[in-house]
Design a protein around this ligand. Structure first.
Ligand code: OFO
Length: 175
């Protein structure tokens, strides 16, 4: 059984994952509309991953005796100054998600909720992977700078990454 504190914190995380889903969807649409077809596909996939993160938490809350709340999402941005800054924004956002997950883990321990503590370990590993992924992309973008040929090739790289995701979508999730 979840304590009220953990239940609220888990529902807040559901809302954060929902925000990530819609924000990445908006970013993928912007990329699609600005000639970055490969990056767009890649970010559409990332958006799907965020939805999976949200649903995994959602099901867990109910399974653990809490009440999962469907979040409402506001403040999604639809316009981005440049390709480069869009990816910087994603990296910063992923770092914030990691901090939020770490706070949740800390709370679960403080509440002696070892079931939630164990469940959250998946998110700890996932965030390490996601931060690392976006840090690598941001580093590549820095190397390319404003070079249009470089940006074209980077977009192709992202298309390839989108075609071969390194993990199946919707894994470990209830149907
Ligand atoms: Fe990309 O983060 Fe969800 O958890």
């Amino acid at each position: 059984m979840l304590s009220k504190k953990v239940e609220i914190a888990l529902n807040n995380q559901v809302a954060l994952e929902a925000y990530s889903y819609f924000q990445y969807l908006a970013m993928a649409s912007w990329l699609d509309n600005n000639g970055f077809e490969g990056a767009s596909k890649f970010i559409y996939n990332q958006a799907e991953e965020e939805k999976m993160h949200m649903m995994k938490l959602f099901f867990y809350i109910n399974d653990a005796g809490g009440f999962a709340m469907a979040p409402s999402v506001t403040e999604t941005s639809h316009d981005f100054p440049r390709f480069q800054s869009l990816f910087n924004t994603i990296l910063e956002h992923e770092k914030n998600i990691s901090s939020s997950i770490h706070e949740l883990v800390n709370l679960a321990l403080a509440e002696k909720d070892f079931t939630s503590f164990n469940f959250l370990q998946w998110y700890v590993s996932e965030q390490l992977e996601e931060e690392n992924l976006f840090r690598t992309i941001v580093d590549k973008i820095k190397m390319v700078g404003e070079n249009t040929d470089g940006l074209y090739l980077l977009d192709k790289d992202l298309a390839n990454m989108a075609a071969t995701p390194n993990r199946p979508l919707n894994s470990d999730m209830k149907p």
